[in-house]
Design a protein. Structure first.
Length: 230
């Protein structure tokens, strides 16, 4: 039995009971989603991570950046915080939950009646659902999705990666950077447009480049396009 089942007086609810039930179910799904988001962020946001050896003995830096994970996590957290703050202020309730995304979602679910009785709550289902949908798109991106958040790409520009890592990152940055491969980076270096971060380096240690400098150089130097006779 849920708090909504025990509450029989709809007089002071600003949410329809059916809508409130759906919102409670959405809140109940957030802890697992938050865990998936944390996995995505931890696994891929590894700025300056030590590289590892592949099966053939070559060194390759781990893919360091999921362009949407951090933003989706931040947005979801911000939405939950805003509604918790409003409930606590309007209903004179002290927040006693955990500060994590999962903890905040669980608190709102437990206090769904207080949330439903808070003036202005009509916007909550849409805002929370939108934040959840954005997070789900990161965890399970739709086929062919190439949307990249410009703000998060900007945050990646200061990262230092080796050529293989930049090539992997470029695969996530849409068509504009699709041709930014290891071979393309050799071309950019030969043209004097990029240079590795100053060492010293060990003989088997890969050279690192500032991502932003490589992205700018890639856009500045036109790529050759193969043509065929009609």
């Amino acid at each position: 039995m849920t708090p909504l089942d025990r509450w029989v007086d709809d007089t002071h609810l600003y949410l329809d009971r059916t809508v409130a039930r759906e919102l409670a179910r959405t809140l109940g799904d957030i802890p697992d989603l938050a865990e998936d988001l944390a996995d995505a962020r931890t696994r891929q946001t590894r700025f300056g991570a030590v590289d590892y050896r592949t099966r053939d003995g070559a060194r390759e830096q781990r893919l360091p950046f999921n362009p949407a994970a951090a933003r989706a996590e931040d947005d979801l957290q911000a939405v939950l915080v805003s509604w918790i703050r409003l409930v606590c202020e309007e209903r004179a309730i002290a927040y006693g939950g955990d500060v994590s995304i999962a903890g905040m979602a669980e608190w709102l679910q437990r206090n769904i009646i207080a949330l439903a009785m808070t003036e202005g709550v009509e916007a909550a289902p849409g805002e929370i659902a939108a934040a959840v949908a954005a997070a789900e798109a990161v965890v399970c991106p739709p086929v062919g999705a190439n949307a990249v958040d410009a703000d998060l790409v900007a945050r990646a520009r200061a990262v230092r990666l080796n050529a293989a890592g930049i090539g992997k990152l470029a695969e996530q940055l849409g068509d504009e950077y699709r041709g930014l491969t290891v071979r393309r980076m050799r071309t950019l270096r030969a043209a004097g447009l990029i240079r590795p971060v100053p060492g010293p380096w060990s003989r088997d240690w890969p050279e690192l480049y500032v991502v932003g400098e490589v992205l700018d150089a890639h856009l500045a130097l036109p790529t050759r396009r193969r043509t065929t006779d009609a």
